[in-house]
Ligand binder design. Structure first.
Ligand SMILES: Cc1cc2nc3c(=O)[nH]c(=O)nc-3n(C[C@H](O)[C@H](O)[C@H](O)COP(=O)(O)OP(=O)(O)OC[C@H]3O[C@@H](n4cnc5c(N)ncnc54)[C@H](O)[C@@H]3O)c2cc1C
Ligand SMILES: NC(=O)c1ccc[n+]([C@@H]2O[C@H](COP(=O)([O-])OP(=O)(O)OC[C@H]3O[C@@H](n4cnc5c(N)ncnc54)[C@H](O)[C@@H]3O)[C@@H](O)[C@H]2O)c1
Length: 457
């Protein structure tokens, strides 16, 4: 059978654009790609990129305070102008969107700026009714924020909305305790918004190392976020221009904006999946094997829609590996076991790879090398902010099983630590590296004695 395309990609986000560009540009495949919104997807348009720029924008208060501590008597954060920032942000996102589009065109990908869905396992139907046939189809449709099922949920905003606000709210509530809630609370607080974060657990960032979670929770409070733990929303009501939130402890409070950061779901609805026989997992994600192949052999899926590890570099790696395997005669699988990540908080970020102390202790035995200290830079300025470095080491093999850093630029540090940890480095390998002095990161190679040991269970 002759097909219009060797590969048709549904979704122009992190995973889709990488797969399309490499398949067409490097492996010579005939590729089509449909994107219903803006090229670049979540990360570029409404995720990592605008979020990180807003994190940078939100640093002024802490930077000014730090500099006052260094003798800059008049150091002042000044007044933040959302309109100025927003104009620049829009221009930057337009630039990136254009760059992603031209990258595809240069590689020879045919773009369709419309929604696509399955007509069958070799045919996609575009929103204008055109049908395209393809030997292989890649689902790279990402995820969508989900709101909890509470009365008045329609009054709440989602993460996409932060980047579209005409003006900043005076007072905001964030609901949730994951990546997005913590990063958005840090941003809004830093930009001068009176920020409340309500989370049902006893510390934010469930799933991360407990000590780091406690430090992140304490830091949110220290910077002025009103962190209310053990609290869930029961409902939202409109009151004039504001929104009243009712909580499960009977309390209520008024806000100019309420954001739900209560997780994301794989974007699989209205995709015509019923015309294909593709199987979904219990969580509604596209079920794939280690080659990102679905239960239908001609259809593959990568990125958040498969709900494996929902991060941009993972989606990119999955997309690249898929096309190398299918079109490049170079079979490649993605190892999802060791994935470094960072939560961009201020003043200290959380960078992490490998097992948490709790996971390592459960496996046992494990030696914990941990240092909690006030870094030179902020301590001199009079700040009490504490930093943490932690290595979890298997006492039998000496292998480093996990590394957790809570400190300034921990995202940058964990990227570098991820190299030896991924290579299977031992504690002795870390110790053999000469320290770079004076840095905060040197602690990673100078922790000589075991802080505590968790025995075998
Ligand atoms: C606020 C926020 C901050 C984040 N920060 C980080 C971070 O700092 N670091 C990090 O690694 N990750 C971060 N992430 C996660 C990261 O954005 C995602 O893991 C990544 O974008 C997933 O890529 P993807 O290709 O699977 O999907 P997406 O990037 O979501 O792309 C899917 C694309 O498909 C399109 N689409 C969907 N259905 C159709 C259809 N039927 N037809 C045509 N087009 C369709 C969508 O419009 C979208 O453009 C963040 C996410 C959010 C929400
Ligand atoms: N720095 C980064 O790499 C980064 C940043 C942002 C997002 N992301 C990615 O995006 C994903 C989505 O982020 P997220 O923060 O929305 O999801 P998340 O799964 O990290 O956190 C969701 C939070 O909402 C809480 N929650 C769920 N239902 C609730 C309810 N009914 N009431 C109250 N709380 C409820 C959960 O307990 C959890 O704390 C992340 O898992 C991550 O993969 C990554």
């Amino acid at each position: 059978m002759n097909f219009d395309f060797d590969l048709f990609v549904i979704g122009g986000g992190s995973g889709g654009v990488r797969a399309a560009r490499i398949a067409a540009g490097q492996h010579g495949a005939k590729v089509g790609l449909a994107e219903e919104s803006r090229m670049g997807g979540t990360c570029v348009i409404r995720g990592c990129v605008p979020k990180k720029l807003m994190i940078f924008a939100s640093e002024a208060t802490q930077k000014a305070a730090e500099m006052r501590g260094y003798g800059w008597q008049e150091a002042d954060r000044g007044a933040f102008d959302w309109q100025v920032f927003h104009g620049k942000l829009d221009a930057e996102l337009n630039r990136l969107e254009a760059a992603y589009t031209s990258g595809q065109v240069k590689a020879g990908v045919e773009l369709f700026h419309q929604r696509a869905k399955f007509a069958d396992h070799h045919i996609v139907e575009l929103a204008d009714g055109t049908r395209k046939t393809a030997k292989h189809i890649l689902i790279a449709t990402g995820g969508r924020p989900v709101k909890p099922d509470i009365p008045g949920a329609e009054l709440g905003l989602i993460s996409d909305d932060l980047f579209l606000l005409d003006q900043l709210p005076g007072r905001a509530l964030l609901i949730g305790g994951g990546f997005i809630a913590c990063e958005f609370a840090t941003i809004l607080n830093g930009l001068g918004v009176d920020t409340v974060l309500a989370y049902r657990g006893d510390a934010v960032l469930r799933g991360f190392d407990r000590e780091a979670r406690d430090m992140a929770s304490a830091q949110l409070r220290d910077i002025g976020v009103d962190l209310r733990l053990g609290l869930s929303p029961a409902g939202l009501e409109k009151s004039g221009n504001r929104v009243t939130a009712r909580f499960d402890d009977g309390s209520k409070d008024d806000f100019d904006a309420v954001f739900f950061a209560t997780g994301r779901a794989p974007y699989t609805w209205d995709l015509g999946l019923e015309n294909t026989g593709i199987r979904l997992t219990k969580s509604g994600a596209i079920e794939v094997d280690e080659w990102s192949q679905t239960s239908v052999p001609s259809i593959f899926a990568v990125g958040d829609v498969t709900d494996r590890v929902n991060l941009t570099p993972v989606a990119i790696r999955e997309g690249h590996s898929f096309v190398d395997t299918v079109f490049g005669d170079n079979p490649r699988r993605v190892n999802h076991d060791l994935v470094a990540s960072a939560v961009y908080l201020r003043p200290h970020e959380l960078g992490t790879i490998g097992l948490t102390e709790e996971q390592a202790a459960e496996r046992g035995p494990v030696d914990v090398y941990a240092a909690v200290f006030r870094p030179m830079r902020s301590m001199f300025a009079g700040s009490d902010a504490r930093m943490m470095m932690k290595l979890l080491v298997d006492p039998d093999s000496d292998k480093v099983l996990g590394c957790h850093i809570f400190g300034p630029d921990a995202g940058e540090m964990i990227q570098l630590a991820a190299i030896p940890v991924t290579m299977g480095a031992t504690k002795a390998d870390f110790d053999a590296a000469m320290a770079v002095h004076p840095t905060a990161a040197e602690e990673l190679v100078t922790m000589r004695s075991v802080t505590r040991r968790h025995p075998a269970e």
